[in-house]
Design a protein around this ligand. Structure first.
Ligand code: GH3
Ligand code: MG
Ligand code: MG
Length: 303
């Protein structure tokens, strides 16, 4: 997320350079400074600036190394880096770009040009963050979408295998939602989807828990380090929470309000489970919940 005002970190061992940059950037940006590569790197990791202006020649850790370290750390690799350096040979500039720099400005620099380039790269970062959000967030409910779910599942499965911890998946489906749309209208259906999504999200208790819209009126939750009993508890909590919203459903065979059915599956610890198979098992359990009358939780049990 971009800070307001955008946060710029300038790393340079020459105070005069920092003073000149400071004068140019102050007012429009929140400027942080560091006078060595090592302190700059530490500050970048801690404060996650929106852009870094980086000198190359510094005693100790030079700018190239700082850049390389920033780009190999997932928490800082998206921060645009602009080299500001007296090393003006094409090979130097090429090396900077090869390390992942967004731009390369040679010293002595002209303040208005530095300012212009900083503005361009901050604007680009803002745009790419907005695109990233659009690509991974469901537009209707504002919770993660299926693409985000797939990414999350892969990460969590890897983590579960490494840590030999259980991983649970819940598949969640609104009961008789076609009939709800038919009797209340699609617009009201959309509002209902938003309310249910919000309630499901609020039912999650741990910071690592994750919920996405799987598609249509289906949702999928990923619960790291959660065994089958824990998954059943979360699922039942969700079921009750949605029922307690008391959203009138004029045409449900289940009851007067909108309800959900849930299927749970918990990952095996033998490394054999794939993300898709966990989702499939949860989906099969959900199917059984539907067959047993809906508005209930069914857990997959290993036979
Ligand atoms: P079941 O209890 O067996 O799940 O029955 P159902 O009617 O909920 O299931 P079905 O899959 O037959 O219908 C799902 C309905 O969800 C059909 C579609 O109109 C509705 N739906 C899917 N996406 C959206 C959406 O984005 N907005 C709205 N309003 N409705 C949607
Ligand atoms: Mg469905
Ligand atoms: Mg349904």
């Amino acid at each position: 997320m971009i800070h307001t005002p955008p946060r710029i970190l300038a790393i340079d061992d020459t105070p005069a350079n920092l003073l000149a940059l400071g004068a140019a950037l102050a007012g429009e940006f929140d400027l942080q400074i560091a006078t060595s590569g090592a302190t700059g790197l530490a500050l970048a990791r801690e404060s996650l600036p929106d852009l870094i202006l980086l000198d190359v020649m510094m005693p100790g850790m030079d700018g190239f190394e700082v850049c390389q370290r920033l780009k190999s750390d997932p928490s800082t690799q998206h921060i645009p880096v602009i080299f500001v350096s007296a090393m003006s040979q094409p090979e130097d500039q090429e090396r900077g770009f090869a390390l992942g720099a967004a731009d390369y400005i040679t010293k002595p620099f002209q303040v208005p040009l530095v300012l212009a380039r900083v503005r361009v790269h901050v604007r680009l970062k803002l745009k790419s963050e907005a695109l990233e959000k659009m690509a991974f967030v469901d537009g209707l409910t504002d919770i993660p979408n299926r693409r985000a779910l797939e990414r999350q599942l892969e990460d969590e499965l890897r983590r579960a295998r490494r840590g030999k911890t259980p991983l649970s998946v819940l598949m969640i489906d609104i009961d008789h939602f076609k009939a709800y749309n038919d009797s209340c209208g699609h617009g009201t259906g959309d509002i209902c989807l938003r309310k249910v999504a919000h309630e499901l999200k609020n039912s999650l208790m741990r910071p690592g828990d994750f919920i996405a819209r799987f598609g249509g009126e289906e949702f999928c939750a990923v619960l790291p380090d959660c065994d089958a009993d824990g998954a059943a508890l979360v699922a039942e909590k969700m079921r009750q929470a949605v029922e307690a919203l008391h959203i009138p459903h004029p045409d449900s065979a289940v009851g007067p309000y909108v309800t959900i059915s849930l299927g749970c599956a918990t990952g095996l610890l033998d490394g054999a489970s794939e993300p898709s198979s966990l989702v499939d098992l949860a989906d099969q359990a959900l199917y059984r919940a539907k067959g047993m009358g809906r508005n209930r939780v069914v857990c997959h049990t290993r036979s």
